[in-house]
Ligand binder design. Structure first.
Ligand code: GLY
Length: 373
């Protein structure tokens, strides 16, 4: 069966399941599931970095099916996030993850001014996190003691498209300049010689000097957190897509080559590519994100390389579909065995962005994707 026909079959399963899941999930903002049912972060933490992915799933499904239910839920999600826009301490580098799949997706769908306004506010706040000393967007917040003022993280590559979007939208290159400055810093200090990446890099916030790297959500300092590798793969590809600067394409390929050469035989991705051999912990989110990145990257490649990236993406998706996709319509999640961080107490559970990137990857193959990034 060719890849499109296969993806069409999977897309039908996604649509059939999600119509029921969405209908029973009005008013909530899920992160994970308990006993197969979504939890709700509306009151738990409206500023949580994953709070845009549910809306993103709804926009993808609305785009593919036209069912108004999905749009209604997506708009609910977007409006809830207004509270976050008024909480300084809850605004961080992840504005792209929160407002691209919600407000900006809405604006791209029907050009409404309120959504555009939300997206631009989020972009302005993100740009305000740029530290010219060191040329990086600051990660996270601390309690005001400045202990993490010099921290930047690889995940932030996925937030840069909010800045590229804002620059284009209001014909003002400031935002894109900041995105490129951060991407250049990331290419220099996060990406190692072999294409693997650091999760956290610390700079001196006053002088901009490099201080040290941290293992972050991965196994250890110097190891390769697999989701960080996915964020870098997709993130540099997106920086190339938005700027057409060849250096970002070269970096994306370097990172992709590391990822592809480390996909295990069974196609299931470990939490960290350097975790001990006797540790079998998985992170399906890494696989879904990498599949999206590879399917996007292959569009800018030719011949053998294009085929290599496409084949790798299909291997990741087949492994997810055949071994980690829960098609039971009574269970809210789709993708199982996702992991937040290697040293967390809990591993291998459902996480909303695993489902989001799974849908995005399948819809890239069927041609039904709403471009979010
Ligand atoms: N951006 C945080 C994470 O990937 O867990």
């Amino acid at each position: 069966m060719n890849d499109t026909l296969w993806a069409n079959e999977i897309a039908e399963k996604i649509k059939s399941k999600m119509e029921k899941v969405a209908a029973r999930s009005r008013g909530i903002l899920p992160y994970t599931t308990e006993n197969g049912r979504f939890d709700d972060w509306t009151d738990k933490n409206i500023c949580w970095w994953t709070n845009g992915f549910w809306g993103g799933m709804m926009w993808q499904l609305y785009h593919a099916t036209g069912l108004s239910l999905y749009k209604e839920i997506a708009v609910e999600n977007e409006e809830k996030l207004d509270k976050n826009l008024m909480i300084f301490q809850g605004i961080d580098h992840d504005n792209g993850f929160k407002w691209l799949p919600t407000a900006v997706a809405h604006y791209r769908t029907d050009k409404n001014e309120a959504s555009k306004n939300r997206g631009l506010l989020a972009a302005e706040f993100l740009a305000g996190r740029f530290n010219p000393a060191g040329s990086y967007l600051r990660a996270w917040n601390d309690s005001g003691d400045g202990t993490t003022a010099g921290w930047a993280i690889i995940d932030c590559m996925m937030n840069l498209p909010l800045l590229y979007w804002a620059s284009k939208e209001i014909n003002d290159p400031r935002f894109a300049h900041i995105a490129c400055a951060h991407a250049d810093t990331a290419a220099r200090y996060f990406v190692r010689e072999d294409g693997s990446v650091n999760h956290i890099v610390e700079f001196h916030p006053e002088t901009g000097e490099f201080v040290k790297t941290y293992g972050g959500q991965g196994y250890a300092q110097g190891s390769t957190w697999s989701r960080g590798e996915s964020w870098a793969l997709y993130g540099f590809t997106l920086s190339y897509l938005h700027t057409k600067e060849e250096r970002y394409l070269a970096t994306a390929k370097k990172v992709a080559d590391y990822y592809v050469s480390h996909i295990p035989e069974n196609g299931l991705i470990p939490v960290d590519f350097c975790q001990p051999a006797d540790c079998s912990l998985e992170d399906s989110t890494s696989a879904a994100i990498a599949a999206c990145g590879l399917l996007e990257l292959e569009k800018f490649c030719e011949n053998t390389l294009k085929e290599t990236y496409h084949t790798a993406a299909m291997k990741l998706l087949h492994a997810l579909v055949e071994q980690r996709f829960n098609t039971d319509e009574n269970i809210d999640f789709m993708i199982d065995k996702c992991t937040g961080a290697f040293h967390d107490e809990k591993h291998e559970f459902s996480i909303i962005y695993g489902d989001y990137y799974f849908i995005e990857a399948i819809f890239k193959l069927t041609g039904e994707e709403l471009f979010i990034w």
